[in-house]
Design a binder for this molecule. Sequence first.
Ligand SMILES: NC(=O)c1ccc[n+]([C@@H]2O[C@H](COP(=O)([O-])OP(=O)(O)OC[C@H]3O[C@@H](n4cnc5c(N)ncnc54)[C@H](OP(=O)(O)O)[C@@H]3O)[C@@H](O)[C@H]2O)c1
Length: 334
Amino acid sequence: MAHDAASLKVVLPGGSGHLGRLLTAHLVGAGHEVVVLGRGDPPAPRSGARAVRWDGRDPGPWCAELDGADAVINLAGRSVDCRYDKANLERMLSSRVDSTRAVGRAIEAAADPPAVWLQMSTATIYAHTVHGPAHDERDGVIGGREPDVPSYWRYSIHIAEAWERELADARTPRTRKVAMRSAMVMSATPGGPFAALRRLVRCGLGGPVAGGAMSMSWIHGRDFVRAVEHLLGDDTLSGPVNLAAPHPLPQREFTAALRRALRVPIGLPATRAMIELGAVLLRTDPELILKSRKVVPGKLLDAGFTHHFPTWPEAARDLARPHTREPDIEPVTA
Ligand SMILES: NC(=O)c1ccc[n+]([C@@H]2O[C@H](COP(=O)([O-])OP(=O)(O)OC[C@H]3O[C@@H](n4cnc5c(N)ncnc54)[C@H](OP(=O)(O)O)[C@@H]3O)[C@@H](O)[C@H]2O)c1
């Protein structure tokens, strides 16, 4: 398909979810052609994107979409919002590794491979850090072990490392590769972490957790899509890149700012044991709440990227306003 100079063809494997919807709205709005690869049945998409079916694992007709595309942004992976039992951890790992390998092989086989492959990774790859310096891409500590950290938390890091290894090992010399180590993306779009936090705060459950000293790293949804756009265009950036606001903050300050933004006066504190019990009831895992994520976007800042929302209180105020809902769109499935 022919494109004018400003219009790109961008393929989004796993683009039917929360981040895919954010990116699709932004990219289609900017005049780009977007193709979403998904495993589901095809309701008519109203997003402006085209939906193509894949299985997240094996080659198929979907590979032709990457041949001649300008960019691939791979978002596929089983949701991490679940109990971290053996079966779910295996699904979290295989869905990421298999889909990344499939994308790599399709690029490898393409006669006209995309110039850039942005591969989702996660800020969870860094060590649980409460008091130490924040992790950037150069000096950040991968994994690590603090005495109060449950040993099974190691598995999330193992998944992130395997995910990135698959990207690094792909033999795609004509394609620039970036591993996007993203913090939690906060957007008003339904289905993301902000919607879940807002529900808890409105129920009076937005107090400090286990003392609230653990760090929260986050990025506003609009800065996330701007950072992705920057990564698409900046040929100097490759390898791991942190996507986060430059100012992570302790959970007790994070939740207090969110309470103020939502005008909720009360936020009951929760102990670690209460979080562990609550996580069982909500079929999620306490690691998602208790791990201290302290990450800064070293490479993006060095590259001159400026955040519209560098600090959480202003981001929370923006997200709490009804008119700041992202342009929401129908999920796109193939
Ligand atoms: N949201 C965040 O704040 C955040 C932060 C850091 C990292 N991440 C990572 O970024 C990626 C996208 O995040 P998201 O919030 O958009 O997630 P999401 O809403 O769960 O969407 C992920 C998509 O992956 C696809 N998928 C699920 N299981 C799969 C499997 N077994 N094989 C192939 N594809 C599968 C699904 O698409 P189909 O069902 O249509 O195939 C789903 O829509 C995820 O890998 C997530 O871990 C997210």
